[in-house]
Design a binder for this molecule. Structure first.
Ligand code: CP
Ligand code: NVA
Length: 305
């Protein structure tokens, strides 16, 4: 494992080792045990989109590992004025030990990894959000004690989070059902990759336009915003199209009685999820947000250590 760009690139063993190390680092963190696995190392964090969780969890995580992080707003570095990815990758490789990048074009992240000599971590692109799904899997494991054989239902837009959930669930042997409106389905190539992995993991990949079909008998219900970063102009139209895909108590009642609710956040109450669900007893959204830090520390330690 040289980079973390897409969960499809990881073997099951690599995925398991990230989650196992994350659990250990989380436990040590709670016990006040220091783990300076990246003492003296520096992570550069390039952001072309907003962030609360990703920025803070990587920054604090790096600090807890004994290293240092640099926040690089893409508008403030020369990349934003047209310097090439090639030159940026070459130059940053001379100064720092790893790059985390959040941007629009997925291929920009792949190019950064190809042209530089240091590990690259995908902090979200229009296509994928792998760090989020590692945190989701850790959260589900903590709640359910297993991953294999569970069913996750994602209801809403076939976006970056949905794409990476397909990759992640298929890899670990969880059944996944994704319900989107027509025309808002997940990336076709990613569905194909998930089906490939599901053959060896034994999971089921269900793609539907029917939220009730997806949620039926699910152990985990997952929602994300209907308007991802960069889609703000489509907001009014999207709200009309996605309203039948709202996660509310009527829909939630079709899942297993002990189903848990996940959301990558930020959430928009009253749109993709009602208040009673997201703030209810079955919601584990803040454990999920916390786990971003623990899994990313594990990823950084494994890639940059
Ligand atoms: N879930 C997530 O990536 O949150 P931020 O956009 O706040 O980083
Ligand atoms: N799908 C959302 C996730 C935010 C963490 C977006 O891309 O804006």
């Amino acid at each position: 494992m040289k980079h973390l760009i897409s969960l499809f690139d990881l073997t099951l063993e690599e995925m398991e080792s990230i989650l196992t190390l994350a659990e250990k680092l989380k436990r040590q963190n709670k016990e006040g045990i220091q783990h300076h696995l990246l003492k003296g190392k520096t992570l550069g964090m390039i952001f072309s989109k907003s962030s609360t969780r990703t920025r803070v969890s990587f920054e604090v995580g790096m600090y807890q590992l004994g290293g240092y992080s640099l926040f690089l707003n893409s508008n403030d570095i020369q990349l934003g004025r047209g310097e090439s990815i090639y030159d940026t990758a070459q130059v940053l490789s001379r100064y720092i030990d790893g790059i985390m990048i959040r941007t629009f074009k997925h291929s920009d992240v792949e190019d950064l990894a190809k042209f530089g000599n240091i590990p690259v971590i995908n902090g979200l692109t229009d296509l994928m959000h792998p760090c989020q799904i590692l945190a989701d899997l850790l959260t589900i494991y903590e709640q359910k004690g297993t991953l294999k054989g569970l069913k996750l239902a994602y209801v809403g837009d076939g976006n970056n989070v949905a794409n990476s959930l397909l990759h992640g669930c298929a890899k670990v042997g969880m059944d996944i059902a994704v319900a989107t409106p027509k025309g808002f389905e997940c990336d076709k190539n990613i569905v194909f990759e998930a089906r490939e992995d599901s053959k060896s993991s034994g999971s089921q990949v269900i793609i539907t336009n029917d939220p009730e079909e997806a949620v039926f008998n699910a152990d985990v219900i997952y929602a994300d915003t209907w308007v991802s970063m960069g889609q703000e102009a489509e907001k009014a139209d999207r709200i009309k199209i996605f309203m039948p895909y709202q996660v509310n108590s009527q829909l939630f009642s079709k899942a297993k009685e002990d189903a848990i609710f996940l959301h990558c956040l930020p959430a928009y109450r009253g749109y993709e999820v009602t208040e009673e669900i997201i703030d209810g007893p079955q919601s584990v959204i803040f454990d999920e947000a916390e786990n971003r830090m623990h899994v990313q520390k594990a990823v950084m330690a494994l890639l940059m250590g």
